[in-house]
Design a binder for this molecule. Sequence first.
Ligand code: ADP
Ligand code: MG
Length: 571
Amino acid sequence: MSVRILPNNLIDQIAAGEVVERPASVVKELIENALDAGADQIVIDVADGGRTLINIVDNGGGMSRDDLQKCIQRHATSKLPDDDLLAINSMGFRGEALPSIASVGDMTIDTNGMQLDCSTGEIKPSAWEGGTRVRVENLFSKTPARLKFLRTDRAEMMSVVEVVKKLALARPDVGFILNNKWRYPKGRPIMDRIVAVMGDDACERMLNVECRVLNDGENNIKNSTLKLTGFISEPTLRRASSIDQYLFVNGRPVKDKVLVGALRAAYMDVMSAREFPLCVLYLEVPPREVDVNVSPAKTEVHFLEPSRVRAFIIKTLRDALAVPMARNAEHRERLWQQPTEQSFNSNNDILKVCEQAIGIRYSDPAFGQGPDSEYRIPYPDADEQPLGRVIGQVGNKYIIAESAKGMVVVDQHAAHERIVYEKLKNREIKTQPLLSPIVVKLKPEEVQALETIGAELSASGLKVSEFGPDAVAIYEKPADWDMDWAALFRDIASEVLSHGHSSKLSEKLHLKLANHACHYSVRAGQKLDLCSMDALLRDIEKTERAGSCNHGRPVYKIIQISEIDSWFERL
Ligand code: ADP
Ligand code: MG
């Protein structure tokens, strides 16, 4: 066989294999183009999972005649004004999407009074004014092999919904409507959009993240700033998959190993590895330090300094997880009220245009207008206690409280353990010198092991010294703490004997102490009076990382009134 240069239509179909894998990828490319064109309202209609019709209308700047002619040529892009591949601020610049889509479906583009038929390249006058409408019919009908690989219409539609959700979170300032059913109106507080995308349980349980660092290092990227903003879920709010993890780099949705790994690491001690926190995180990196165009679908990124990015994210998220609940509640209250900034206010009423063109009624008061009281999800007064008022106890294990959100169930043992642990860490434990020391009998090697960690023990509130070859004496201990000291010391000594004097020792000591302290103070199976239950709740609200105990088990759960309603079929 001799070498031959492939004809353009085949080249386009091959490229399409990478860029437009399925209807959802077409929707993604077209929405990205609309965003790049400055649209702040985008209306998407998809029929039969996208196989028969994908119609996308935007109110962006549209195209000139010249642009319209060029846009379906391969490698035609308006997004690389010079030849610098790294200084990119748009959603992408491969210049492949339109020609690829045109090669695998019947596409027409209407813009500024013109219509381009992409199969013939012919431009006709059109009644379409302002903005752009891209209509793709019979996707993959020219490539039956691809068509065979599509899943059910329903499954393809779900992928389309995922794409729209991602972009709706990438650009909370832009209004999106998909099939007149998924509605993400513009001009509302960011929390409204998060709840619309992730579901009601995200309401009031997302923690704010905001941090910026300047690199003053010696290397070639000194003076560059990294910025991370967004929201992450309290550790008690989790999903069984990564479905509600939305990550953006410079405004683009990405699926990136560095970011996902950093997220997991940040939650390591508050959530098990089988569970997934919710997040919407926006990372901003100077364009020169990240390559977003490495994969055709543009979901992977390459960082110039991945380890720096990772460390920055882990630290920022851990700090956010450590903020006490009461402070978060205040902050959230403010965010509920702030509408998202609008990129620009268009006077081009896209919804009316769509209604006329497609004959569907889109306009409704909930779309495209400022916040209205009816749409807002009520938020309790900031001065109200987040964990509510104690009602009682069940099973001598769980505290039940009523809050504005619904019913709060607290695992009293896990709660106490968390409080003790955090207090120890912050050295808030009061100690008490003992008039007559407590003598604890141990094995000689255990005594020796404890002898080597005297400093750590005293940081945890315990003054201990050798008392003969096979005993230690406690001279000072945390006030009100009485426990099985021999069991505690055996536990600690075996840790030291097997792992040596590790840097994590203090942390482990705190954990063990908290554990033992809990077994001897508030434990499961213990009846508590209202006052101590109330004190426990108020303490948790002030405690860092209150969502989970030290083992990552949840400390409390909030059952929304709407959920209780559904138990009783009150809809
Ligand atoms: P890229 O987005 O990578 O530049 P595309 O093939 O997706 O490549 O689009 C080619 C060009 O067509 C874009 O650079 C842009 O100038 C123009 N274009 C595409 N869609 C729109 C739109 N909705 N509004 C205005 N211009 C558009
Ligand atoms: Mg594009």
